[in-house]
Design a protein around this ligand. Sequence first.
Ligand SMILES: C[S@@+](CC[C@H](N)C(=O)[O-])C[C@H]1O[C@@H](n2cnc3c(N)ncnc32)[C@H](O)[C@@H]1O
Length: 231
Amino acid sequence: MNEQTLSMRLERVAAQVPVGARLADIGSDHGYLPVALVRRGVIVAAVAGEVAMTPFRSAERTVRENGLEPWITVRLADGLAAIEPGDGITAVSFCGMGGETIRDILDRDQSRLSGRERLILQPNGGEQPLRLWLMENGYRILGEEVLRENRFDYEIIVAERSGPVLYTAEELYFGPLLLGVRSSAFLGKWQRRLRQKQKTLAGFCRARQAVPEDMVQDLVRQIRWIAELLA
Ligand SMILES: C[S@@+](CC[C@H](N)C(=O)[O-])C[C@H]1O[C@@H](n2cnc3c(N)ncnc32)[C@H](O)[C@@H]1O
């Protein structure tokens, strides 16, 4: 992967960034996503935000080597602190971080957003708490995708602020749009998850003394939901 040939995961994220957007890519690491999008003429400007020095330097290098300094600003910053009012950001991406981490960043610094930005989220796990945060903060899910690459299942969630929205517990768990479409990638992911969770439950049963009952019941409920989904 590089700024010309993105991974399939980042390629699918890129497809969700509106033409003409001003993108803030939070946790940009190498900066491949904003650099690829500016090179392709999809976006007009970007901020690449990084909290850690080594990836920050890596993003700076990618931007410099592509001669894109006038269009892409790389900032060493924690979460949405990378965004400044004058940036006029219209889309924010978070890719390759845990869903809880993305949620916590959004929650901590929501005041840095105008509320009109499109959020393009690719959490590595923790999709359910992230969707819950979106619902509780008036964001409607407009796009969802599951894809498998290098033996990992990835989800992409696209959301915009719309006012009150209500999802059921199952919709928050599986994804409201994914549940409707039931693509083969989505079903494959949940088949694998079901097997993993059944194995975990069998382990819990063998060590019953040590595992709190509410944890067992939560796992049993998840297994029931997944089995019903796949039935
Ligand atoms: C696994 S990398 C993903 C890089 C790239 N977005 C991708 O998807 O290929 C996650 C990056 O998020 C950065 N990160 C984690 N917490 C952050 C925060 N609070 N603010 C900014 N960046 C953060 C890490 O330093 C790391 O470079």
